[in-house]
Design a protein around this ligand. Structure first.
Ligand code: TMP
Length: 213
């Protein structure tokens, strides 16, 4: 029986909406579910999220960025994820260790093996049971993400990553796909260009089969 599920993909892939809808659905079936996100998930994590995602922040080098994501993750695992798993709840988490490999490793060019080791340290080797990768072209994803951000309040833009060049998002997408190739038992690739209802239907039935399996 799988309980720890993560949701990954480039900006604008729709994973957050899909994860929240699936969480509500599982709860409506009487299951105990914790829905959480990275960076964030706790007071400490949200403060780090502010530093990391707002364009107005001063320049942060790739190494410092990596350490901040990992720091947020360590606290998140300890305060939110592990306690929920110990309560035998289902945990749906918006991004986790794979995001650091894809963005800071494949995107920024930091050493992949080093990030693997640092992820293991930050998470005390906790791995998701299953990871849903919402795959989409960066052109489509960024179009969606930037139109959503333009409707937000100035202080809530959180657009530091969306402002990166399209080549950065290509590397992140390819990075995710190669992570999925290396771990085909854990990754499920979802075509994020499909309609919202079709994706939700697919996700619900996959989740139910993994939870009951
Ligand atoms: P999101 O709320 O759209 O998922 O935004 C989180 C952003 O942070 C997204 O651009 C990806 C980035 N990110 C990393 O670069 N590394 C990480 O480890 C995590 C969790 C997120």
């Amino acid at each position: 029986m799988d309980r720890f599920f993560t949701f990954e993909g480039i900006e604008g892939c729709g994973k957050t909406t899909q994860m929240r809808m699936a969480g509500d659905y599982l709860k409506s079936r009487g299951l105990m579910v914790t829905v959480t996100e990275e960076p964030g998930g706790s007071g400490f994590g949200r403060k780090i999220r502010d530093i990391l995602l707002n364009k107005s922040s001063e320049d942060i080098c790739a190494e410092a960025e990596l350490l901040l994501f990992l720091s947020a993750r360590a606290q998140h695992v300890k305060d939110v994820i592990k306690p929920a798993l110990l309560r035998e709840e289902i945990v749906l988490c918006d991004r986790f260790s794979d995001a650091t490999l894809a963005y800071q490793g494949f995107g920024r060019g930091l050493n992949i093996e080093t990030i693997h080791a640092m992820n293991a340290f930050a998470t005390t080797a906790l791995k998701p049971d299953k990871t849903f990768l919402f795959d989409l072209s960066p052109e489509m994803g960024l179009k969606r993400a930037l139109s959503r951000i333009s409707q937000r309040d100035h202080f809530l833009k959180e657009d530091r990553f969306e402002q990166e060049q399209i080549q950065f998002h290509e590397r992140v997408r390819e990075g995710y796909l190669s992570l999925a190739k290396m771990d085909p038992d854990r990754f499920i690739i979802i075509d994020a260009s499909d309609g919202i209802n079709a994706i939700q239907e697919q996700l619900r039935s996959l989740l139910l089969s993994f939870v009951n399996g």
